[in-house]
Design a protein around this ligand. Structure first.
Ligand code: ASP
Length: 573
């Protein structure tokens, strides 16, 4: 391989095949950097030594594929390249074969800031670059470790179908028309949730799968429509065992892929605590800057905004902000839904703030601001103060440089709310998915106080990124039906959508629980790669289009007829 020749091999005759990374013509002598997945070796082609090879070498362009035979020689000391693993040697070429040519390149492999659409259009070239080679290899290495960990722990890889029925994970379904059953559709699974539960009912006891899940979502920077996840389920679940297994798996991935020891067991926070301290259900705990509560202290405040708000909370930032900086922060806070941003700046023995005059000595004393600090307030309903201060906290973590970039802080968030109210319909929706069981305390009464009810559900977070989550499931058909009912499903709907699940649960279902962890997101964190698409070999762009193949593409009218489909109108072109 091109990355292998070292001083120890000097004198050997070698054959190297690969791509032309660079060619330099030094009037007579031609140098070629030959690259394959393992690295680069320099070829030297001397017209006096091999005239035919030299003749050929003049016509070589970047990315031509070559096969070179020759003797590995040591470079003279002044030409040794200490930045190259093979920098002490070069191949003195006896014969050279041009295996295949390349048309002019749309971009050079070492070019920076190439437009992403162009990169995706020529993905096969893009993937030749070092960074993408590294990301894709890292991903494969990680998946290898995941498989080994799961198999060693006795989990069985079971494949589940891609053409299936809707599985509720809260996104829109992709549907596929059936030709054999005209007018009917398969849905692509948003996750194998129901099927993995059925493997438990079927007695397999421990299941895992590297599963592709399809979610027809509007795409943001950190979302794709086809996500890959490690999907896990176990019967007679033991939360400690499951958490420990996942922790060991991550420790192994970080150790083997990055040589980094991560601390286990991971910290655990309940949802309530995460929200209270960090204003988030996926807190980045690489830095402190916790939210503080001033609701009690401001009950009788002369500042009406404080006195009248359901919650008054604040961040204590170790910096005295200028007026201009505060104006910018206020603008951000408004984007996150705040009406304004009250502040107190403790600077040079004074308090700078338009609201200070409304605050009593007692209030100021309760805030206990120190010189060089700014207190930033949110006064609103509890949820809104979390949203605004949680987002502000993350922003300030970066802005005031509180985050240590080389840190990895993993944590579990547990005891999520079971339901949330859908804004438009006013209906209850499952916070996780409708198969999640209530915690022990809520089993008998979740339906009487759905707003307060807690689920036996958990998420795994690293550095403020949600890696995934899971829950313990409902294995009692009556309990499952009761949850469906609360979600507003009639009995007929329950039967048509989930009849098979209810039937299965009624035929000897074990208690079960599991988790799913996103492989794409995991690779991003592992590779320190901010672009989700760059940890996926063949991703689509943010409009769900693959610029390389042109997918999604049109189908012929004949094909539509076969499927029993008609167009509403001609698609726009
Ligand atoms: N099916 C869930 C998901 O895809 C994970 C789980 O509950 O195991 O998010």
């Amino acid at each position: 391989m091109c990355g292998e020749p070292t001083a120890a091999l000097v004198g050997e005759s070698l054959i190297l095949s690969g791509w032309t990374a660079r060619r330099r013509d030094h009037g007579g002598l031609v140098f070629v950097d030959l690259r394959d997945r393992s690295g680069v070796t320099q070829l030297v082609i001397n017209p006096e030594h091999s005239p035919e090879a030299a003749e050929l070498a003049h016509g070589i362009r970047n990315e031509f594929v070559l096969r070179a035979e020759g003797e590995l020689v040591a470079r003279s000391p002044e030409t040794v390249n200490p930045n190259m693993p093979t920098g002490e040697v070069e191949l003195k070429v006896d014969s050279l074969e041009l295996v295949s040519r390349s048309t002019a390149l749309p971009f050079q492999l070492d070019e920076e800031n190439v437009d992403e659409t162009l990169r995706l259009r020529y993905r096969w070239l893009d993937l030749r670059r070092d960074k993408l080679q590294r990301n894709i290899r890292l991903r494969a290495q990680m998946v290898g470790i995941i498989r080994r960990t799961m198999e060693e722990a006795g989990f069985l890889d079971i494949q589940t179908p891609i053409l299936f029925k809707p599985t509720p994970e809260g996104a829109r379904d992709f549907v596929v028309p059936s030709r054999l059953q005209p007018g009917r559709f398969y849905a692509l699974p948003q996750s194998p949730q129901i099927l993995k539960q059925l493997t438990m009912v079927a007695g397999f006891d421990r299941y895992y799968q590297i599963a592709i899940c399809f979610r027809d979502e509007d795409l943001r920077a950190d979302r794709v429509q086809e996500i890959t996840q490690l999907d896990v389920e176990m019967s007679f679940p033991d939360q400690e065992l499951l958490f420990e297994l996942m922790e060991q798996m991550y420790a192994r991935i970080w150790r083997e892929c990055l040589g980094i020891a991560i601390e286990t067991p991971f910290v655990r926070l309940t949802y309530e605590e995460a929200d209270r301290r960090f204003g988030s259900d996926k807190p980045d705990t690489r830095f402190a800057l916790e939210l503080e509560d001033a609701t009690e202290a401001t009950r009788g405040s002369e500042f009406g905004v404080f006195a009248g708000a359901e919650a008054v909370r604040f961040l204590r930032v170790p910096k005295a902000f200028s007026r201009g900086e505060l104006a910018k922060l206020e603008e951000l806070a408004k984007e996150w839904g705040a009406k304004g941003l009250a502040y107190l700046v403790f600077d040079g023995g004074e308090v700078r703030s338009p609201i200070a005059k409304f605050l009593s000595e007692a209030e100021l004393a309760a805030f206990a601001g120190k010189d060089g600090e700014t207190l930033l307030f949110a006064a609103d309903v509890q949820e809104a103060t979390s949203r605004v201060l949680g987002a502000l906290r993350l922003h300030l973590g970066r802005e005031v440089d509180l985050i240590r970039d080389d840190d990895f802080t993993f944590l579990w968030v547990t005891d999520f709310p079971m339901f949330r109210r859908e804004e438009e319909s006013g209906r209850w929706a499952a916070e996780h998915h409708p198969f999640t069981r209530p915690t022990k305390e809520w089993e008998g009464r979740f339906h009487t106080e759905p707003k307060e009810a807690l689920a036996h559900a958990y998420d795994l977070i690293v550095n403020g990124n949600e890696l995934g989550g899971g829950s313990f499931r409902i294995h009692e058909p009556e309990l499952q039906a009761k949850v469906f009912e609360l979600l507003g499903m009639t009995e007929a709907e329950q039967r048509s959508k989930f009849g098979f699940l209810l039937d299965a649960l009624a035929m000897g279902a074990p208690p079960m629980g599991g988790i799913a962890l996103g492989i794409d997101r995991m690779t991003m964190v592992l590779a320190g790669e901010p672009n989700l698409r760059d940890v996926i070999a063949f991703p689509k762009n943010q409009a769900g289009v693959d610029p390389m193949s042109g997918a999604p593409s049109d189908v012929t009218d004949e094909h539509l007829v076969e499927l029993g489909l008609a167009r509403l109108e001609e698609p726009a072109r």
